[in-house]
Design a protein around this ligand. Structure first.
Ligand SMILES: Nc1nc2c(ncn2[C@@H]2O[C@H](COP(=O)(O)OP(=O)(O)OP(=O)(O)O)[C@@H](O)[C@H]2O)c(=O)[nH]1
Ligand SMILES: [Mg+2]
Length: 690
């Protein structure tokens, strides 16, 4: 384990507030771009971690759960606190995996600034596109860190070029790299015009500006000033007159443009080697707004009473429910009531470690204990009068991947449903469904890894032995022909006999019509009081048709029949109807129906043709494709797709689009399925049913 010191937790001792309020930076970025390593470097540089851990050694402050450690990839938020030059900071490392996006987005909503960490390779950096778009849409100030510069093969220009297309704000390069052959050895700061040489595990050393970068430095500095001048007339005039602006003034403009989210500063670094960390921290110190600006941006400024907002809910193994909050206003005290729930413990969390505090001050990020009725997103106040989540709270993405979930021990079923409810409360992008028709429990989420991680949590945290498998498809069947059927139920066994006789016509109806029943009985051959029993018998007969599936879109008309004054009964008519319908359906050319969904796939244009290929190989029918509204460079492809072909769709789409494609879906209609595919479904169903 990395050794940690206790001093730098975010909560204030005894509720006393130090110099400024704690500010909060969330770290986002594509999968494996180095965020957890960056958190470690930031905590090292801010005095929280004495000895730095490494992701490969499994001893970082972030990624403490078995699910994350085993993967060497984050599967949940990791929080750490630090002190930099007297300022208190909370850093939140987020998982890069696209399947855990909702957690990352929630962290953005309570952060004062977001550090977008990208790889030094244009194609990989472009995977940050959706993140930049989200931050732009929500007006969240952000900084881009081109990370892993120790491995940079491509030029910073190429990487920036790839990113700029996704950002509506100009990306403003703040440093240029100093290279020695293939290796990046340091950087020049474009405002101070000072050159630094990177040092492993230490702040960079000031050096003479090497002649080799002088031209590039001058050019990049000019670009930076020109970009800034777009937001300030006096700077614009100075540049026109060839006056070199005062550095202090430039820093002032930079702080202003970041605070107002007009511009995105771009820094260089290598978190794992501590390169560029001091520069990043200094930028954060001088240019990041505090929580009051964030509260205003979120539209939560009204009112005076203490206020906090939940951005993550966890059911910890020994601690019970923990609601991670950012305190927006006032002091939150242990034991007080917020939104009708009693705060039972206030903790500053660093990775998996908790430090108890009596209170938390504005700006602090802490966990509140045992706030049972409280949900992620809730805005907490003593009066509970703020039901709103504030501007822009992220929508829960529609689940795109499902698995049937089984628990090995039947006795564990109650425990399982309790555990699943907790997991779904922690992660609103997870859905649990109990399908009574298919007799199957399914979990729905954002992809394979997402659901596997959930299964691992069930095993590690709740000690439940569960397995995942492909879920069943809700097939139906109908008929193609009209059939008239005569059915008689007659039993003579001592005393009372049983007698019912009916004639029915069974015919297909329009798709989506469901089941219809009519009667045209004349002369009371089937007395009125038995007709509901006939209808009920027919409905029961539709539960499982000759192919083994529920029958839909048929109309049954009772045309005639006979009864017996003593031996007829509701039961006799029901039995006759059920068997009559059963025989009729089998003769009426039964046919399988499969559910078809309408899908709308959003994909970067360069991958659109691949999406067409994927859809046609999955029996999809393309309905159209067009440029996606408000998403430059993206297309939206709409298609009908059979549910049976959708199980792994998201995985293939992501594989063919560098993880970027997403889709939404709605059930559209049932469609006949014939031939070999249908035979296989029926056979498989018969085998499964034993
Ligand atoms: N060369 C180099 N490799 C790095 C650097 N930072 C991280 N890595 C490596 O990149 C891989 C991913 O690092 P993480 O810090 O786990 O990345 P992450 O962004 O947290 O990954 P996810 O949580 O899965 O999205 C590991 O193998 C690290 O050793 C860096 O500055 N330079
Ligand atoms: Mg990580």
């Amino acid at each position: 384990m990395a050794s940690t010191t206790n001093g730098n937790t975010g909560a204030t001792e005894g509720g006393r507030q130090g110099g400024g309020a704690t500010r909060c930076a969330a770290i986002l970025g594509p999968y494996q771009s180095g965020k957890t390593s960056l958190l470690e470097a930031l905590l090292h540089a801010t005095g929280t971690v004495e000895r730095k851990g490494a992701v490969k050694d499994g001893n970082t402050v972030g990624d403490t759960t078995p699910e994350a450690r085993e993967r060497g990839a984050s599967t949940e938020l990791s929080i750490g606190h630090g002190n930099f030059l007297g300022d208190r900071w909370t850093f939140i490392d987020t998982p890069g995996g696209i399947e855990f996006t909702l957690d990352s987005r929630h962290a953005c909503m309570i952060a004062d600034v977001v550090i977008v960490c990208v790889e030094p390779e244009a194609a990989k950096a472009a995977a940050a596109g959706p993140i930049l778009r989200f931050l732009d849409d929500h007006d969240i100030p952000h900084v881009v860190l081109i990370n892993k510069m120790d491995q940079a093969g491509e030029t910073v220009r190429e990487i920036l070029g790839a990113l700029q297309g996704f950002s509506t704000r100009p990306l403003a390069l703040r440093q240029v790299p100093i290279r020695d052959g293939e290796t990046v050895t340091g950087y020049v700061d474009l405002v101070s015009e000072r050159a630094y040489s990177y040092r492993e595990g230490e702040p960079s050393a000031l050096i003479e500006l090497p002649g080799s970068v002088a031209d590039r430095e001058a050019e990049a500095r000019n670009e930076l000033l020109e970009t800034l001048a777009d937001f300030d007339d006096s700077l614009f005039e100075q540049l026109l007159e060839d006056i070199d602006p005062d550095k202090k003034e430039v820093y002032g403009h930079l702080a202003e443009t970041l605070r107002s989210d007009l511009l995105v500063p771009v820094l260089l670094g290598a978190g794992e080697h501590d390169h560029g960390i001091q520069r990043l921290l200094k930028l954060l110190r001088h240019e990041t707004p505090d929580h009051t600006a964030t509260v205003a941006r979120r539209g939560l400024s009204d009112g005076e009473e203490p206020m906090a907002q939940v951005f993550k809910t966890i059911h910890a193994a020994h601690m019970g429910k923990l609601s991670h909050v950012r305190v927006w206003r006032g002091t939150v005290k242990d034991g007080e009531m917020l939104n009708g729930a009693k705060v039972s413990g206030i903790y500053a969390t660093t990775g998996g470690k908790l430090d108890k505090h009596p209170s938390a001050a504005p700006g602090d990020v802490v966990a509140l204990g045992r706030m049972d009725p409280i949900q992620t997103g809730d805005v907490l106040t003593p009066t509970g009068g703020m039901p709103d989540k504030g501007l822009g709270w992220p929508e829960v993405p529609q689940p795109v991947f499902a698995r049937a979930l089984r628990v090995a021990e039947r006795n564990d079923e109650v425990k399982l449903s309790g555990a699943l409810a907790k997991l779904a409360e922690e992660d609103p992008s997870l859905l649990i469904r109990q399908d009574s028709e298919l007799g199957e429990l399914t979990i729905w989420g954002q992809g394979d890894t997402h659901l596997r991680v959930m299964a691992e949590r069930l095993r590690s945290r709740f000690k439940l032995d569960v397995t995942l498998s492909e879920p069943a498809v809700a097939y139906r069947e109908t008929i193609r022909n009209r059939i008239e059927e005569h059915a008689r139920h007659k039993k003579q066994s001592g005393g009372h006999g049983q007698f019912a006789d009916i004639r029915i016509a069974v015919e297909p109806t329009g798709r989506g019509a469901g089941f219809e029943f009519a009667e045209k009985v004349v002369g009371g051959s089937v007395p009125k009081n038995y007709i509901p029993a006939v209808e009920e018998g027919c409905r029961e007969g539709c539960r499982r048709g000759p192919l083994g599936f529920p029958v839909v879109d048929v109309k049954v008309t009772l045309t005639d029949g006979q009864h017996h004054s003593v031996d007829s009964s509701d039961m006799a008519f029901k039995i006759a109807a059920r068997s009559g319908l059963h025989d009729a359906l089998a003769k009426a050319e039964p046919v399988l129906l499969e559910p078809i969904h309408q899908v709308a796939i959003a994909v970067p244009s360069e991958s659109t043709s691949k999406v067409h290929g994927i859809l046609s190989s999955r029996r999809g029918q393309i309905l159209g494709f067009d440029a996606k509204d408000g998403w430059p460079g993206w297309d939206e492809v709409t298609a009908y797709l059979p549910e049976a072909e959708m199980h792994n769709l998201i995985l293939e789409l992501r594989a063919q689009s560098q993880g970027m494609a997403t889709y939404t879906w709605t059930f559209d209609h049932l469609q006949e399925l014939t031939g070999r595919l249908a035979d296989r479904v029926v056979e498989h169903h018969e085998t499964a049913a034993g």
